[in-house]
Design a protein. Structure first.
Length: 315
């Protein structure tokens, strides 16, 4: 605080207290001549004979007022409030916040220590860990993904077995830690209006539904193979490395209606999830990953290739 504002605040406080003391003193005492003259009225009369007297405040009431002024002076001596004077107790908001934060951090460290050294898969089957993770999810993730993790328009359903960026433990940890940026460009200029309709009908059919326009879907298949398969794959099952979603399941971030698909192809989409590692720390990120991991079965692993039988010697 600058010197001017320090003096300004200190002066205002002093003037306020002095004014209150003077006001109480003046209004609490009557001149002897006024006392001898009998009761004084304010001049207000109701119902013909009901008069309002102008008597001084009772002594006990004045005592309360003077006591409050004395309390204010003592408070300003002990605690900050009189300009830049810090008070004799050395208290400050920052100091109190730091002490409370240190206490809270100690509790958090103690509570989370029991989960150290466990993998995401192990934490996902630990009831105590999942209970804590649910609270973390409700506090940090539910506003976008919903309290039930089913997401909403523009936000992925975390109960899906096929997440856009992958559903392995490492994939989920990376997503929460570093965030994700997904962008699909607009294809209106490349495909034209008719091409957008054709591709939209074909994409609509990829999830096992009959396309509203079968002829358009057949024409869109070739365009999809030429333009869209570079990201979504020739079978439309997406590419987690690029963040290209799987178009063959029932989980659609923006909706699966034909009009919505047309809108997506026409205008493109841009999604961003912020990084949470710096905000939450490694242990909390791991617990959140375990919670998301527990919401759906992990993806099936491809079977390991059979070992080749040794060739008998001499053959």
């Amino acid at each position: 605080m600058s010197g001017f504002w320090n003096l300004w605040i200190a002066g205002l406080v002093t003037l306020n207290i002095a004014f209150l003391v003077w006001l109480l003193f003046v209004t609490a005492n009557k001149k002897k001549s006024d006392q001898d003259a009998g009761p004084e009225t304010t001049g207000h009369t109701w119902d013909g004979d009901l008069k309002e007297y102008n008597n001084p405040l009772p002594r006990w009431w004045l005592g309360i007022f003077y006591g409050s002024i004395a309390f204010a002076i003592i408070y300003l001596v002990i605690y900050p409030g009189f300009g830049s004077f810090a008070g004799t107790a050395g208290w400050s908001q920052v100091g109190q916040w730091s002490a409370q934060k240190a206490d809270a951090d100690a509790i958090v460290t103690r509570e989370f220590k029991r989960f150290e050294g466990k993998s995401v898969a192990e934490l996902s089957t630990d009831p105590a860990a999942i209970k804590v993770a649910k609270n973390l999810f409700a506090a940090n993730c539910a506003m976008c993904h919903g309290s039930d993790a089913h997401g909403g328009k523009g936000y992925p359903n975390l109960t899906s077995p096929n997440l856009t960026w992958g559903r392995t433990a490492d994939d989920i940890v990376a997503t929460i830690s570093n965030g994700r940026m997904g962008a699909m460009p607009s294809w209106q200029a490349v495909l034209g209006e008719q091409g957008v309709v054709q591709v939209a009908n074909y994409v609509y059919s990829l999830s096992g539904r009959a396309a509203p326009d079968a002829a358009a879907a057949a024409a869109g298949k070739e365009k999809f193979a030429t333009i869209c398969s570079a990201c979504h794959g020739p079978d439309g099952k997406g590419n987690k490395a690029l963040g290209a979603p799987n178009l063959t399941d029932e989980y659609w971030i923006y909706g699966s209606s034909l009009d919505t698909i047309k809108e997506t192809v026409t205008n493109g989409r841009t999604n961003r999830m912020p990084a949470w590692l710096d905000t939450l720390g490694e242990q909390k990120v791991k617990l959140l990953a375990a919670y998301v991991y527990s919401l759906a079965p992990p993806p099936a692993e491809a079977p390991a290739p059979a070992a080749a039988e040794p060739t008998p010697p001499g053959t």
